[in-house]
Ligand binder design. Structure first.
Ligand SMILES: Cc1cc2nc3c(=O)[nH]c(=O)nc-3n(C[C@H](O)[C@H](O)[C@H](O)COP(=O)(O)OP(=O)(O)OC[C@H]3O[C@@H](n4cnc5c(N)ncnc54)[C@H](O)[C@@H]3O)c2cc1C
Length: 337
């Protein structure tokens, strides 16, 4: 058994200082990911700095949108009436994740910063560049059903597991970080990294950076939004692929949109080629399929994960044409009322 020091500071500055000063220290929030990694030997911190007493658990109005404290529990965020009404993709993504019990324990920041579920990353008896830089990648030649199809590298083919991260990227959320050098704001599109030759770094955060909040802006696209997740079981399973879609329509025509894919890359994959093709067009099965195919033109698959392009294409058609139908229904309902 490995021993470690446990600290529970009561202010943000103390928590940042405690981790920044000690290369072996790590923040812990709900512990639903990190404690598993302690048990598996994937993480071996000398000090755990508990962040649950820092007062970061409020959901508050912020510049027309919402500011969500880093420690807000996933179940509380999913149930919040403003989130349900104005950011439905976020509520749906949260409810599609894990189980009720885990959502009560899991926090907003912990969910975004959870690590890949790649089986080789979690198995300390196998080589993995992400866990042990320079050791190799077992997933490239191994069991590859869940592997990335976009943006992967020779070093790493793992996918990012968070449903919430995919939805927050689609609603243009911004992560507020308090680090040793002060506060900064990181757009969700820039928080997570592609692996390149540094797969051990999931995000752009530095050691000692504490996520204190996530801001959901007052965005014209977020109201008409959804999250659709394809998985092996109806619940309690990570995404094979997922789609967060958020649309601003002018009649039937797309004024603006965000489409983000989960389960396909080392980070939430903002489908910008697809988006560019759909702005100014009507959302039909044909237009969305053609745009998805353009986005997928660089996809690389193996026999194990060859199902993913067709699955994410179908999920995107389902999500976007569903939103278009919903917009038509909402207009009619509004007129009738
Ligand atoms: C069986 C099971 C099924 C699951 N299914 C899903 C699923 O379908 N979809 C999904 O999205 N997730 C799923 N999860 C993952 C679960 O949602 C995460 O474990 C959880 O969200 C992590 O939150 P936490 O607060 O427990 O994080 P912790 O385990 O406490 O921390 C996770 C990481 O975040 C860091 N961290 C925590 N808070 C901060 C902060 N404020 N600033 C900086 N760093 C911080 C920690 O140092 C650690 O590296 C599942 C988990 C389990 C066990």
């Amino acid at each position: 058994m490995r021993t470690f020091t446990y600290l529970r500071p009561d202010d943000v500055a103390g928590a940042v200082e405690a981790v920044a000063a000690d290369a072996e220290a790590r923040f812990i929030a709900g512990g639903s990911n990190l404690v598993d990694h302690l048990k598996l030997g994937v993480a071996r911190p000398g000090t755990l700095v508990d962040v649950t007493r820092l007062g970061l658990d409020a959901i508050e109005p912020h510049e027309g949108g919402l500011r969500v404290g880093a420690n807000v529990r996933n179940s509380d965020l999913a149930a919040h009436p403003v989130v349900r009404q104005r950011y439905p993709a976020v509520a749906r993504a949260l409810l599609a994740g894990a189980s009720g019990q885990i959502r009560h324990q899991a926090t907003t920041a912990g969910n975004l910063l959870q690590r890949t579920r790649c089986v080789y990353f979690q198995d300390v008896t196998t080589p993995c560049h992400k866990r042990e830089p320079g050791s190799g990648c077992s997933a490239v030649e191994g069991y590859g059903r869940y592997n990335a199809i976009l943006g992967a590298s020779e070093s790493c083919v793992a996918v990012h597991p968070s449903d919430l991260a995919v939805a927050l990227t689609a609603v243009d959320a911004v992560v507020v970080v308090q680090g040793p050098g002060g506060e900064r704001r990181v757009p969700m599109t820039e928080l997570h990294r592609l692996p390149g030759d540094r797969p051990q770094d999931d995000t752009v955060l530095e050691h000692g950076d504490l996520v204190v909040a996530v801001e959901l802006p007052d965005s014209p696209v977020s109201g008409l939004s959804t999250y659709y997740k394809a998985r092996d079981r109806a619940s309690y399973a990570f995404a094979l692929v997922s789609v967060a879609a958020a649309v601003d329509l002018d009649g039937d025509t797309v004024r603006d949109l965000r489409v983000v894919w989960g389960g396909v890359a080392h980070k939430p994959w903002r489908a910008t080629t697809l988006e560019d093709r759909l702005r100014g067009h009507v959302l039909t099965e044909e237009t969305v399929a053609a745009a998805a195919d353009a986005e997928l033109s660089d996809a690389v698959t193996t026999a194990d994960n060859a199902y993913k392009p067709a699955m994410v294409r179908g999920a995107t058609i389902h999500a976007l044409t569903g939103l278009a139908r919903r917009a038509g229904a909402a207009t009619t309902e509004g007129v009738d009322a």
